[in-house]
Design a protein around this ligand. Structure first.
Ligand SMILES: N=C(N)NCCCC(=O)O
Ligand SMILES: [Zn+2]
Ligand SMILES: [Zn+2]
Length: 310
């Protein structure tokens, strides 16, 4: 038996504290198989700040999530105990210290994690922790941006550089790395050359439109195979119409429907952890972005739940 969300037919959805999907806190359950954890950190951003308020906004926007996922035919919170592990208390003044804290907290949490950011810097310590448990992991990275740049103002640990650091550290399986949703201006053609040299394959936002969802899903599944897989979702992979509340928006992105369909197409892969990052609520309107992110997180939880034997 699992302890599920607060029953919305008994306690109105808009009442009470906002845990993710109104789930129990981690300290209210004996053990969780899947934990949703927040990382309120945005010291790594290159443009608009504000993703430190992402976890709180996504939890608020998650009040309307219901317990059955028809697209994946699963009741995730029955299939596995899911709990909200709260926020990791990270140092907002010291990026290195924050990275260390995130890595340690992820190691200590005895559950598969869906992490809510926070800016994209946080993917690096989360990948380190995943690789410590599973060995180098495959990555499907949804983003408008490559995030394989080298440095900003001489800084190595930023939201534009986590995946280059991860390849350098040997924590990614370089046979199985994909970006999805890439678009927008670059610093130069060499950005793409270096990204390819690191081992990444790119599905651009235009590819999603022109090649279509099924072909894209097939390609991603083939590249991942049965390797342990980490999914990282930068909410700016969505078009600014679908996610205005983010720090580095780029025109011409995916719809939330396309993103959710691709995620569902990855069901059955050996998912070991996931994040959704870069929600900056100050630029949001009518919770458009945080609702999209809460649905992404629900799909990620559901994908993890599906892997549990019944
Ligand atoms: N990870 C995100 N969202 N953005 C990276 C943008 C890096 C840049 O300013 O060039
Ligand atoms: Zn991005
Ligand atoms: Zn990113």
């Amino acid at each position: 038996m699992t302890l599920g969300p607060v029953d919305s037919s008994k306690v109105p959805r808009f009442a009470g504290p906002a845990t993710f999907a109104r789930l129990p806190r981690l300290d209210q359950v004996e053990r969780a198989g899947v934990a949703v954890v927040g990382v309120p950190f945005d010291t790594g951003v290159s443009y608009r700040p504000g993703a430190r308020f992402g976890p709180a906004a996504v939890r608020e926007a998650s009040r309307l999530l219901r317990p059955y996922h028809p697209g994946l035919d699963v009741s995730p919170f029955e299939r596995v105990q899911v709990a909200d592990a709260g926020d990791i208390a990270v140092n907002p003044f010291d990026i290195g210290a924050a990275i260390e804290t995130i890595e340690g907290a992820a190691d200590d949490l005895d559950a598969r994690l869906v992490t809510i950011g926070g800016d994209h810097t946080i993917a690096l310590p989360l990948l380190r922790s995943a690789a410590r448990k599973h060995g180098p992991v495959a990555l499907v990275h949804f983003d408008a941006h490559l995030d394989t740049w080298d440095t900003y103002f001489g800084a190595e640990y930023t939201h534009g550089t986590p995946f280059r650091r991860a390849v350098e550290e040997g924590i990614l399986d370089t046979e199985a790395l994909s970006h999805v949703g890439i678009r927008g201006s670059l610093y130069g053609k060499k950005d793409l050359e270096e990204d390819r040299r690191l081992g990444f394959g790119i599905v651009t936002a235009a590819d999603v439109l022109r090649r279509g969802l099924d072909e894209v899903i097939d390609l991603l599944r083939q590249r991942v195979g049965d390797r342990p897989l980490y999914l990282s979702v930068d909410i700016d992979v969505l078009d600014p119409a679908h996610a205005p509340g983010t720090g580095t928006p780029e025109a011409g992105g995916l719809t939330s429907r396309e993103l959710l369909e691709i995620l569902r197409g990855l069901a059955g892969l050996n998912l070991v952890g996931a994040d959704v990052v870069e929600v900056a609520p100050a630029y949001d309107h009518a919770e458009i972005t945080s609702i999209a992110a809460s649905h992404v997180a629900y799909d990620l939880v559901s994908l993890l739940a599906l892997q549990e034997k019944t």
